[in-house]
Design a protein around this ligand. Structure first.
Ligand code: PLP
Length: 422
């Protein structure tokens, strides 16, 4: 039997490779930080490069206080719980972290998951059913898409951050009609949705653009819908106190459910959570499958996450540094003449829209940058739309000004070589 499967898989893998979409792993031989030691291609001698493609926005991935907190927690609470939460996998620190997250977001209750992917996988089907509707941004994260697939609610997709399109979807859900005329001539009875939930990323990872939450919340009120925001690329650093896109858009208290990750700015290990209305969280504890059937978040991670939230509430220093680094990089790169999407987020996409073969260029460009000691990734179709190939740079509070200047100089050199800039 396996002979045929092997043949089919090899065929498919060959297609992935010939399409230039095969993902090679670069092996990091150090801890995660701005200056890393990388072995690439695999097996080759390691070299030192500056990392501009991690989600380590605040530099907490190897922060001394985070490591110490993880050590302490490991010593006191052991390595693992060997259980799911509801059997014998809940320690006092898990409850403490849930309380801390609720207080941070001014929400009623919080539930931890092994990841934000799991949080999104366990949210929708627990709260909504076939009489309900979910209205989802076309560029939402894969985990939201998968979570919605598991749920029987009717699905309406609106054009990315397009409020007219969102309103159209809300109207259609309220009236219970298909948004797209899938079945012309078919005389289907309108079936108005009972409950409606709008689901959106707080920040979209390919462009670093922020959802128009203030407008979304207004529309939600008008059409009596709930709002769910996945703030993975914003938790801890966006907004005055790091409360993400919700705070940035002045929508604290206006969003019903927030999902997010501990695996990006908040230490970068793993773990996720849902924070929101009390009854929603209560129901998730009863019925959410990734919560019920997957293991407890490890004590060391919980201890470190508690420390991460403390670091963020004590001071704005890391956030300030991140924003200074980001605006320095954005300004210098634009002044050099690169085509970047404007914004404030530490995700900085550098595009090649004027160029015929932008996909190829994004790959050659990132390879040349790597030769210059700058580690970034080039993305092209189908990860991003055709003609919008890019290098995605991610800035961290841990980068020194010198390191950022080194990246800018490398972009200038490689940009001139490929005539991307003059
Ligand atoms: C990274 C990310 C996730 C996945 O988070 P994990 O905790 O790593 O599973 C989910 N949603 C969004 C929007 C993300 O950016």
């Amino acid at each position: 039997m396996y002979q045929r499967v092997r043949y089919d898989l090899n065929e498919e893998l060959r297609k992935i490779k010939s399409g230039g979409l095969y993902k090679e792993e670069r092996i990091i031989l150090s801890d995660q930080k701005p200056g890393i030691s990388v072995s690439y291609p695999v097996g080759s001698e390691s070299r030192e490069v500056l990392n501009f493609c991690s989600n380590n926005y605040l530099g907490l991935a190897n922060h001394p206080r985070i490591i110490e907190a993880a050590h302490k927690s490991l010593d006191q609470y052991g390595f693992g719980m060997a259980s799911v939460r509801f059997i014998c996998g809940t320690q006092d620190i898990h409850k403490k972290l849930e309380k801390k997250i609720s207080a941070f977001y001014e929400m009623e209750d919080t539930i931890l998951y092994s990841s934000c992917f799991d949080a999104n996988g366990g949210l929708f089907e627990t709260i909504l059913s076939s009489e309900d509707a979910i209205i989802t941004d076309s560029l939402n994260h894969a985990s939201i898409i998968d979570g919605i697939r598991l749920c029987k609610a009717k699905r309406y997709i609106y054009d990315h951050s397009d409020m007219k399109s969102l309103e159209k979807a809300l109207k259609a859900a309220r009236e219970g009609v298909d948004l797209f005329d899938h079945h012309p001539g078919l005389d289907k009875e309108p079936n108005p949705a009972r409950n409606i939930m709008i689901a959106t990323d707080g920040v979209f990872s390919m462009d670093g653009d922020i959802a128009k939450l203030d407008e979304i919340v207004e529309l939600a009120k008008e059409y009596d819908a709930m709002v769910m925001v996945d703030d993975s690329h914003a938790t801890g650093f966006l907004g005055e106190k790091g409360r993400g896109s919700i705070e940035y858009c002045d929508c604290l208290g206006e969003v019903d459910v927030i999902t997010s990750t501990l695996g990006k700015a908040m230490g970068g290990a793993s773990g996720g959570f849902i924070t929101g209305k009390k009854e929603i969280v209560d129901m998730l504890r009863q019925r959410s499958r990734p919560y019920l059937f997957s293991n407890t978040v490890a004590p060391a991670i919980v201890g470190a996450a508690l420390e991460a939230f403390d670091i963020l509430t004590e001071s704005n220093d890391l956030r300030k540094k991140l924003m200074e680094n980001t605006s320095h990089f954005r300004k210098s790169i634009s002044q050099l003449g690169f085509d970047i999407t404007p914004g404030v987020h530490p995700i900085v996409p550098i595009l090649f829209r004027k160029f015929e073969d932008d996909a190829q260029l994004s790959q050659v460009f990132s390879r040349d940058l790597y030769e210059e000691g700058i580690y970034v990734i080039g993305f092209f179709f189908p990860v991003v739309p055709k003609g919008q190939s890019r290098i995605r740079v991610q800035i961290s509070a841990a980068h020194t000004t010198e390191q950022i200047d080194k990246a800018i100089a490398a972009f200038e050199k490689v940009g001139k070589k490929h005539k991307v800039i003059k």
